[in-house]
Design a protein around this ligand. Structure first.
Ligand SMILES: *Cc1c(COP(=O)(O)O)cnc(C)c1O
Length: 394
């Protein structure tokens, strides 16, 4: 018999040869602009803590106070005995924030997406998704046993054709609001029309939109000023601009009750620690009240796009804090990432299968805590690094 290790080692070797081997660095400080990573002080440009709340004193205080009051573990799933005061309050506040009748907490965004799709769709149904949707939406599509089709990124006409040419009774159109590796927005008004015309339900995962998009941070719905009835199933996460952990689905009374009954990733898992819910409640008030964070971020985004253009840096067009610099080759993106880290900038080196082959990129993320001078320093270093890379590969 060939041992598992012998078989697996071959796959690891292949991944190594392709320059796609993943290695974790150790973060020795809180998230923030100045981080300590693998013993090196550098500027962080790779977290999703867009509003700079992950290490905010008010969140920490709420977390501590709730742990004193409720302990650490929730002790059970929501349906058994783990659903506490803080969870309930957070759900009510998230419902109000999103302007929906109800919201339901999930332990992660990954579980929310898989759980919702599997709860709503099954054999004989049709699920249609953008090819660049987050892995958790795609996995929901695979796991739910419905017919699952994907359309080329952003191609509404392709989504329309897939939905129109299918006679399934129940159809779901699911999309990221902001695409996590590209930073671009889904054309929601068009997708909502397509869903309407084809009698399909629209699910929007606004993991990167909440807190950031819209004047009051209510995400992509607010950005497009859309009637909530056109977006009946809304998924949000707490691990990004909220600076905490967890996720939620917002929607109608009937949708939420259905998820409580049928979403397996809701039912069969331990509830979030109550202190995480308490900290998330404070994050929500800061998102609501401190619009300066969004305004500052928008200024930084514009500055970064312009600065990159001036220096000939191939930044992808993006109006969100996700600012990817397209490199293409897997080995080159690793080289670039290492170069930048040595120079004191921590960025994400994103390679296939996370992104399509030939589109490896540095995923640079901006937060409201960054300063213009820090962006300029990164841009200057990036320009030099790209030049060095160019002369090395010629
Ligand atoms: C991060 C992310 C998720 C997963 O959320 P977690 O809470 O980290 O599991 C889901 N969808 C999108 C679009 C994301 O970017």
């Amino acid at each position: 018999m060939v041992s598992p290790d012998a078989v697996l080692q071959l796959e690891l070797d292949t991944r190594q040869r392709q320059s796609r081997y993943r290695q974790r660095k150790i973060l020795q400080s809180p998230q923030g602009v100045e981080v300590l990573v693998d013993g090196r002080r550098c500027l962080g440009f790779s977290s999703n803590d867009y509003l700079g709340l992950a290490n905010h004193p008010a969140l920490i205080a709420a977390f501590q106070q709730a742990s004193n009051q409720y302990g650490v573990g929730s002790g059970a799933s929501h349906l058994v005995s783990g659903h506490g005061t803080e969870h309930q309050a957070l759900e009510e506040e998230l419902a109000a924030f999103t302007g929906r009748p109800r919201a339901l907490l999930f332990s992660t965004g990954y579980m929310a997406n898989v759980g919702v799709i599997r709860a709503l769709m099954g054999q004989g149904d049709l699920v249609v998704q953008d090819k660049l949707n987050h892995a958790s939406l795609l996995d929901g599509g695979f796991l739910c046993r419905a017919q699952f089709e994907r359309y080329a990124h952003g191609k509404g006409t392709a989504a329309q054709a897939l939905l129109a040419g299918n006679s399934a009774q129940r159809k779901l159109l699911a999309t990221d609001g902001v695409f996590s590796m590209d930073g671009d927005l889904a054309d929601l008004p068009t997708l909502a029309d397509i869903a309407d015309q084809n009698n399909a339900w629209l699910l929007v995962d606004d993991a990167h939109g909440f807190g950031v998009l819209g004047e009051s941070g209510r995400g992509i719905c607010e950005h497009f000023a859309m009637d909530i009835n056109r977006l009946p199933i809304l998924v949000g996460t707490l691990g990004k601009s909220f600076g905490t952990f967890g996720a939620f689905v917002a929607g109608s009374e009937v949708l939420i009750e259905s998820l409580i009954q049928f979403a397996r990733t809701y039912i069969y898992t331990t509830a979030l620690p109550p202190a995480v819910a308490a900290a998330s409640r404070v994050a929500l008030t800061l998102i609501d009240r401190e619009s300066w964070r969004r305004e500052k971020l928008q200024g930084l985004i514009a500055h970064f796009q312009q600065g990159a253009a001036e220096r000939g840096i191939p930044v992808m067009a993006s109006s969100t804090p996700i600012q990817p610099v397209l490199i293409g080759d897997d080995k080159n993106v690793v080289t670039m990432g290492e170069y930048l880290l040595k120079a004191g900038f921590w960025t994400g080196a994103i390679r296939p299968p996370t992104v399509p082959v030939g589109s490896a990129r540095l995923r640079i993320t901006l937060t409201a805590e960054h300063e213009v001078a820090q962006l300029d320093a990164l841009l200057d270093t990036l320009a030099v690094a790209l030049k060095t890379l160019g002369s090395d590969t010629e």
